[in-house]
Design a protein around this ligand. Structure first.
Ligand SMILES: NC(=O)c1ccc[n+]([C@@H]2O[C@H](COP(=O)([O-])OP(=O)(O)OC[C@H]3O[C@@H](n4cnc5c(N)ncnc54)[C@H](OP(=O)(O)O)[C@@H]3O)[C@@H](O)[C@H]2O)c1
Length: 270
């Protein structure tokens, strides 16, 4: 295997903390970026069980050359109690997906799933301010996206989900945090919306149902996806066929990487 990193005593160390660990993507995303931007840093996978989380966090805090970590399951919520500060989105969502140590070894955690989505839309030329948005799904990613959409000033947000109680609960939480935005839970009827977002996992598998009836889409609408693979999910293909604008799932991920890199102290343009 080709060695792409030159590690010395000066190399700054970052981690990606998870259990299980084999599937994590962050090291294979960050290490090529460190190399591309000439940054003397490395990201390593940290396989940490829930019962050892506190011990590991305190150990990492004691290592001045350890800068921070991408946080994934099952630690997104439990690590919050070992953080000294949590950002606004992390508090609203109730989970963090990265945490960085500052110069005083305080651990700052936050959630950038939703900001990554909104920044990806903006970078593609699709502002969300003042838009009427239908979001399909009320899972983990949807929760983060909903708070970020409200924070970005959408005029209304309607949430629909297979398990309707989860849509109700999420709509109530977002409405309480952002009273000026009209938030409700309803069925997956896209009529009257500017932007429709699929945050469900429907589309990952070739024989999945579509998340909404494509014949109800209108050509002036934008249909956004957060699934990255396949790139052209069935709902995006159907939306394209109806003449809608579409937005892929990948920019959400790229913009999260950019935000996390910023918190680690680096300016990586994606
Ligand atoms: N682009 C990115 O950076 C990014 C980031 C995070 C996630 N994602 C993608 O987003 C998707 C969701 O992730 P997540 O973490 O939010 O997952 P999650 O918490 O498990 O939520 C899954 C969502 O999909 C719905 N769903 C699942 N199967 C369904 C079915 N057969 N029919 C109708 N609805 C169904 C669930 O509805 P119920 O509540 O009824 O179960 C729930 O709303 C995944 O495909 C993931 O790869 C992308």
């Amino acid at each position: 295997m080709k060695a792409t990193l030159s590690i010395s005593g000066k190399t700054k160390v970052f981690g990606c903390i998870a259990d299980p660990i084999d599937h994590v993507r962050a090291p294979s995303v960050f290490n090529p970026l460190f190399e591309k931007y000439g940054v003397d840093a490395v990201m390593v996978p940290l396989h940490v069980s829930s019962k050892n989380l506190e011990t590991v966090v305190e150990g990492l805090r004691a290592m001045p050359n350890f800068g921070g970590m991408a946080v994934t399951l099952p630690h997104k919520l439990p690590i919050m109690k070992f953080c000294d500060e949590i950002g606004k989105q992390g508090n609203l969502v109730g989970a963090v997906n990265f945490a960085a140590f500052d110069n005083n070894r305080k651990l700052i955690g936050d959630n950038c799933d939703g900001t990554g989505f909104v920044n990806g839309m903006l970078a593609a030329g699709y502002p969300v301010f003042d838009k009427r948005v239908l979001m399909i799904g009320a899972g983990g990613a949807a929760r983060a996206i909903a708070f970020s959409l409200a924070d970005s000033g959408v005029s209304s947000l309607t949430i629909t989900n297979r398990t309707s109680t989860k849509a109700d609960e999420l709509a109530n939480s977002v409405q309480a945090a952002y009273p000026s935005v009209a938030v409700n839970a309803a069925s997956a009827d896209p009529h009257g919306f500017d932007i429709i977002i699929n945050t469900t996992s429907l589309g990952l598998m070739p024989d999945d149902d579509l998340p909404l009836r494509p014949d109800l889409l209108e050509p002036n609408q934008l249909v956004a996806e957060i699934i990255m693979n396949p790139e052209d999910t069935p709902i995006l293909k159907a939306a394209k066929a109806k003449g809608c604008k579409i937005h892929y799932g990948r920019p959400m991920f790229d913009h999260q990487v950019s935000i996390i890199a910023g918190l680690f102290g680096y300016d990586f343009k994606m």
